[in-house]
Each structure stands twice: as C-alpha cells, then as structure tokens.
Unconditional design. Structure first.
Length: 182
C-alpha cells in the first residue's frame, strides 16, 4: 500500500496523508472512481431520487390547446408532423429563390442531411437577396456594420485582426493568381 503525503495549499493547515491503495478504497465503500456509479442503486439510497418524479407532479395544471392560428403565408412543417403547429411565426414569409430552396428542403425528413444543407444554402441565398433588394430600393447597405464589425473590433480584437489578415491573404492570393494568368 502506498501513502502519499501532500502539503496543503493553506499556510496554517497540516499536510494530509492520502491512501492510494485501491483495496483500501473499496473497503471504505468509495466507488466514485467508477463511471456512472450509483445509477442502479436502490432508489432510497440514490442522491438524485428526490428530484426524479415519474410522472412529474403537475398539480392544478389544466391545459387548454391554443386556438389554431390562421395561415396567411406559407408555413413549413416537418414531413414527420401531420400539420402545422397551433401557433407559428409569420414575420418573414418565404420568397424568391430562397423560398424555392426551402420548399425543396421541406420535402426531406429532418433526419436527412439534405434537409439541413439546403436550409443553410437558403439562408445564404436570402442574405444575397436582401442585399439586392436594398440596392434596388436605393439603399446602399453598410456591410461592415451589419456584419458586426465595430462590435468585433471592440470585444474580440484578436479575432478581428486574424480574420482581416486571412481575408487579405485570400484576396491578395486571388489577385496575384489572376494577374499571373494574363
């Protein structure tokens, strides 16, 4: 059996001896070194049991289903669901190419990678459509501000500089390669 004397970090406390012998640890009932220890113990001896309730206690709860909201715009729902939820958001209805991409994405199940990748593409296309719409209405967008440039500079200066250096290197390399071809 090994005994390790460890000095305490506090100046006035005495050093303590720690027994590292696994047999001694088992004799005293310390099984905390076992991953998942206590999960199958008697519920009377488990520390988490007072918080576990099956079914949960829901006294005086009377749930009335909300009235179905009328759909005035296209509302997407998963193919796993029979219909739309009772309440949903309508702030940005699908339009343009991004809306067509969302139509395509919701033909697939949510456990299909194509569903999520098409939705990501639709989000990126929607950003481009927003920029074009701003330009069509005579508004020149301040992309630096809208992408959070001042906040990035204020709160994450190192990340901002890293992004600026990488972007400059990519633009410089592209410019060099395009000029070299001529």
């Amino acid at each position: 059996m090994d005994t390790v004397v460890t000095p305490s970090t506090e100046s006035n406390a005495a050093p303590y001896a720690e027994r590292t012998d696994p047999n001694t640890r088992r004799q005293h009932g310390d099984r905390s070194h076992i991953q998942g220890w206590g999960a199958d113990l008697d519920p009377a001896n488990r520390p988490a049991v007072p918080r576990e309730r099956t079914p949960p206690r829901l006294d005086n709860v009377h749930w009335d289903a909300p009235e179905q909201q009328k759909a005035r715009v296209k509302v997407y729902h998963s193919v796993e669901r029979p219909g739309i939820t009772p309440v949903f958001g309508t702030s940005t209805p699908p339009t343009g190419l991004s809306g067509k991409l969302r139509d395509l994405a919701f033909r697939y199940s949510e456990n299909d990678m194509r569903h999520w990748m098409i939705l990501l593409l639709a989000d990126r296309v929607n950003v481009g459509e927003g920029l074009l719409q701003d330009l069509a209405h005579g508004h020149i967008p301040n992309i630096y501000r809208e992408m959070g440039g001042p906040a990035e500079w204020r709160h994450n200066r190192k990340g901002f500089v890293t992004k600026a250096v990488v972007a400059s290197a990519v633009v410089g390399a592209a410019w060099y390669l395009l000029r070299r071809r001529r």
